[in-house]
Write a protein that binds this ligand. Structure first.
Ligand SMILES: C[S@@+](CC[C@H](N)C(=O)[O-])C[C@H]1O[C@@H](n2cnc3c(N)ncnc32)[C@H](O)[C@@H]1O
Length: 303
């Protein structure tokens, strides 16, 4: 399999930009079995080649979007939707087009600055300064979130390790490379890019000081979650990819891997949903809320 191309600030799916409107198919017309088979085939190929698509927990909007792609292409080329799906088997770039149509979001260094600032300010209150910290970036995409944590904790002079996991093997390969476009530095505090990054052949390379603290692993959170206890779990902009039950199961399992005073950090738009799953809010700053596991009577604390 050749290398997947990523845009400068790596573009993946995102909660911010997914249309919520239902398509004609999902609301009015009965499903056409041929069409659904074509969607299944496209999803399987997208998963096989790019690690996005079908994991047995594909939300409706992903299917809707692929269905639309197949319909539009069939109409444009004057062929049937089954023909379009059949062509995908021999045409990797057509599958890449589909995956690109799903990548409507992005990940970047220091995404949501107010969260990072709040974390920096609250860190020593949350965890004594001599406590070594274990951190998980769950759904880390191409690594920007995990390296941002690494930079923040290095700057805070903490002892720590970070594990980044994602279902996409291609994304994890990029994360391990630790090399990004120079543009990526514009989102970081300048002192961090100066201290923690180098320029190599016109690209931004994360320096050894931070790289040595971060590891990556391919892991489908629907199937399993990494074993804690973790003091910090970042679980941001991933729920969107999962059906409601799969998302709820992953969130609960992750929460169970939190250390006693550990917190889970989600996107602001996901906090309510996580609270409805039984997590409790922990206010870190004005407009910045993290989540904690609900205390259970008689449960032994994880440290
Ligand atoms: C929009 S990115 C979020 C990246 C980062 N957390 C952030 O907020 O910038 C969502 C990531 O979730 C990953 N993902 C989706 N379903 C997953 C699953 N079942 N297990 C692990 N990762 C998954 C995708 O591959 C993608 O890289």
């Amino acid at each position: 399999m050749g290398a997947i191309r990523f845009a400068s600030s790596t573009t993946f799916f995102s909660a911010d930009t997914v249309p919520m409107a239902r398509t004609r198919h999902s609301s009015v017309f009965p499903p056409d079995p041929n069409r659904e088979r074509a969607v299944d085939l496209a999803l399987n190929l997208a998963e096989e080649l790019f690690g996005v698509g079908s994991s047995g927990a594909t939300p409706a909007w992903v299917r809707d979007r692929i269905r639309r792609y197949l319909d539009v292409t069939a109409k444009k080329d004057g062929v049937s939707i089954i023909d379009v799906a059949g062509r995908l088997l021999e045409n990797r770039s057509a599958v890449e087009d589909i995956v690109a149509s799903l990548r409507v979001g992005e990940t970047r260094f220091y995404r949501d600055p107010s969260q990072w600032q709040a974390l920096e300010e609250n860190l020593d209150k949350l965890f004594p300064s001599d406590m070594p910290l274990s951190v998980l970036s769950a759904g880390c995409s191409t690594g920007e979130e995990a390296y941002t944590i690494g930079m923040l904790l290095t700057a805070a002079r903490r002892r720590f390790k970070v594990l980044g996991v994602d279902r996409s093997a291609s994304a994890i390969a990029v994360a391990r490379e630790a090399t990004y476009s120079l543009d990526a530095a514009k989102d970081m505090p300048p002192t961090w890019s100066e201290r923690f990054c180098d320029e190599q052949r016109g690209r931004l390379r994360i320096g050894m000081l931070v790289r040595n603290t971060v590891e990556f692993e391919v892991c489908d959170l629907v199937k399993r979650v990494p074993q804690g206890p973790f003091h910090l779990i970042f679980f941001k902009n991933v729920l969107l990819y999962l059906t409601e039950p799969a998302g709820e199961q992953a969130a609960r399992r992750l929460a169970n891997e939190l250390a006693e005073r550990g917190i889970l950090i989600a996107a602001a738009s996901e906090v309510l949903r996580l609270k409805s799953m039984g997590l409790v809010s922990h206010r870190m700053a004005h407009g910045v809320t993290a989540l904690r596991r609900a205390r259970r009577h008689g449960s032994s604390p994880r440290t």
